[in-house]
Design a protein around this ligand. Structure first.
Ligand SMILES: [Zn+2]
Length: 65
């Protein structure tokens, strides 16, 4: 009898957080965000004094230069 757990249901990497802005997997360069864009969006929200999600469409873009 196989003693190993079934493969396929488990995620590839453990500890990979999702971007709190758009929900995409965070990158190592901009973690815990997926990109510098989302990191900047998060920063601006804190600086604005109100950490609220207005639902801007620009947060959904993932255009990396
Ligand atoms: Zn993001």
């Amino acid at each position: 009898m196989p003693s190993e757990p079934p493969k396929g249901a488990a995620p590839g990497k453990a500890g990979v957080k999702k971007c709190p802005i758009c929900g995409k997997p965070a990158t190592d360069a901009s973690k815990p965000f997926c990109s510098e864009r989302c990191r900047d969006v998060d920063l601006n929200r804190w600086l604005s004094g109100s950490y609220v999600v207005p639902g801007r469409p620009e947060a959904d873009e993932d255009a990396d230069q």
